[in-house]
Design a binder for this molecule. Structure first.
Ligand SMILES: NC(=O)c1ccc[n+]([C@@H]2O[C@H](COP(=O)([O-])OP(=O)(O)OC[C@H]3O[C@@H](n4cnc5c(N)ncnc54)[C@H](O)[C@@H]3O)[C@@H](O)[C@H]2O)c1
Length: 440
């Protein structure tokens, strides 16, 4: 099938590459010429494990190509996936300007039946807006070409995106038009060979499903974070509590880790957008308001601990920081807790030496020529002259560090572990002063 993917970011590039890998002819469109240039030259503008190889393979096979030409893109695929960003607007609602611009471009140039697939995370009712935008553009040029709008939210996780796309838990499709349903069934058939993962529903339910999933996961994290803070005061250990409840199959193990807050390109903005959708329709989603408030508090928990240990004025203090990305296996720093932590340390007069396996370039882009922030090529190199080590992202390579080096290279052996990576008793036995999250 000929497929167009509009927006070549995390979701668009992964979707395009995986759809090409099963034999489709995919054209990826982006309005950012720099991104398309990198891709045309054989590079990859983001870090996602396995993505480079799959892109290379499909470009070489002639099944995957890139363009900035909106007319060519609209005329290419019978399915047109919209995978552009939906960042939060000032009031927290999802800003749909990129989605609507993409829809208008399709309407301006399409010359045959199209299934327009909303893959971006968009509020309930967006499919209607996309339909109206396309219809308006068609009407302007007197065209009666038929089209259908489908909701197909994406559930991939950055860092495991290829695996998630290739072997999805479920594929949610909100569609009413039988022709569009049949096309979606054909397109996704290669991804569900051992059992049917397609869940068909009406468009509005599909749009809400995506927000429901992210809001539920964010809720679990904030719940555990609040309990962690309480556990600390009560002298209980949240890690033991986690094991005690995770073993209950009604609760399960996932997303029960206490830490220094959730971030990334999805949870913060999707929780905000769902709260906004609720209030626009007269529903005050109190639980999600609390989830968000708890997360804001949690992003400051590590700095609060640092202040309790070193005092409010951190002038002249220097900190080693491990992990900039909002989670491991990605270079994404959108809404990452590291950004809040670094700014809060700067505000109190401190300097920071940071290390991250893949996100340092992204940090340089965000912080620019910030003289208070330096980068090290290896985790150990951040430690020299630092007053303490602060761990913000649970990268695998931090799991078993050289504790001897941590002890000898820091000015004094103090560690703030924002991801509960270590057993406090073991670290203390190493002679390191240890502060975790909710560890009694
Ligand atoms: N990143 C994730 O893990 C993830 C997971 C599931 C769903 N989503 C959702 O998918 C959507 C995309 O997220 P992302 O992280 O891939 O975003 P991204 O910012 O990485 O990529 C979006 C791309 O769209 C391009 N773009 C903007 N307007 C365009 C237009 N009119 N035509 C063509 N290209 C255009 C941008 O230049 C950019 O390259 C969002 O709604 C997001 O909430 C993201």
């Amino acid at each position: 099938m000929k497929v167009t993917v509009i927006g070549t970011g995390y979701v668009g590039l992964v979707s395009g590459a995986c759809l090409a890998d099963v034999g489709n002819d995919v054209l990826c469109l982006d309005v950012d010429p720099a991104k398309i240039k990198i891709l045309e030259e054989g590079g990859i503008p983001i870090h996602e494990p396995g993505l480079h190889e799959i892109v290379r393979r499909n470009v070489e096979a002639g099944r995957l190509s890139f363009t900035t030409d909106v007319e060519k893109a609209a005329k290419w695929g019978v399915t047109q996936f919209i995978a552009v960003g939906t960042p939060p607007d000032e009031d927290g609602s999802a800003d749909l300007k990129y989605v609507i611009a993409a829809a208008r471009n399709i309407g301006k140039h399409m010359d045959a039946y199209r299934v327009i697939v909303d893959k971006s995370t968009v509020p309930v009712g967006t499919a209607d807006k996309v339909r109206a935008a396309v219809a308006e553009e068609l009407a302007k040029r007197g065209s009666t070409t038929e089209f259908s709008v489908v909701s197909n939210p994406e559930f991939l996780k950055e860092g495991a995106a290829i695996e998630d796309f290739m072997r999805p838990d479920r594929i949610v499709v909100g569609a009413e038009d039988p022709q569009a349903i049949e096309l979606m069934r054909q397109l996704y058939a290669p991804f569900q060979r051992n059992h049917d993962r397609l869940v068909f529903m009406d468009v509005r339910s599909a749009e809400l499903t995506k927000y429901a999933a992210n809001a539920m996961l964010a809720t679990r994290i904030s719940f555990m974070n609040e309990l962690a803070n309480l556990a600390e005061t009560l002298g209980a250990d949240i890690e033991l509590v986690r094991q005690g409840i995770g073993s209950d199959p009604r609760i399960g193990w996932h997303f029960l880790y206490a830490g220094c807050g959730y971030g990334g390109s999805c949870f913060p903005k999707d929780v905000k957008a769902l709260i906004r959708t609720g209030s626009e329709h007269g529903h005050d989603l109190k639980l999600l308001g609390a989830v968000e408030a708890a997360n804001e508090i949690q992003k400051h928990v590590l700095v609060d601990k640092i202040v309790r240990r070193f005092g409010e004025d951190l002038t002249g203090r220097h900190f080693a920081l491990w992990g900039l990305a909002f989670k491991p296996n990605t270079d994404d720093m959108r809404d990452a807790p590291s950004r809040v932590i670094i700014q809060e340390l700067f505000k109190r007069g401190a300097t920071v030496a940071a290390y991250d396996p893949v996100a340092m370039q992204e940090a340089e882009r965000i912080f620019g020529d910030e003289p208070r922030l330096s980068y090290a090529g290896r985790p150990k190199s951040t430690l020299d002259n630092a007053d303490a080590l602060v761990i913000v992202t649970e990268w695998k390579e931090f799991r078993s560090p050289d504790f001897e080096a941590i002890k000898s290279r820091l000015k004094q052996p103090v560690m703030f572990d924002g991801r509960n990576m270590y057993d406090p008793a073991l670290i203390r036995a190493e002679g390191i002063e240890y502060f975790g999250i909710g560890r009694g």
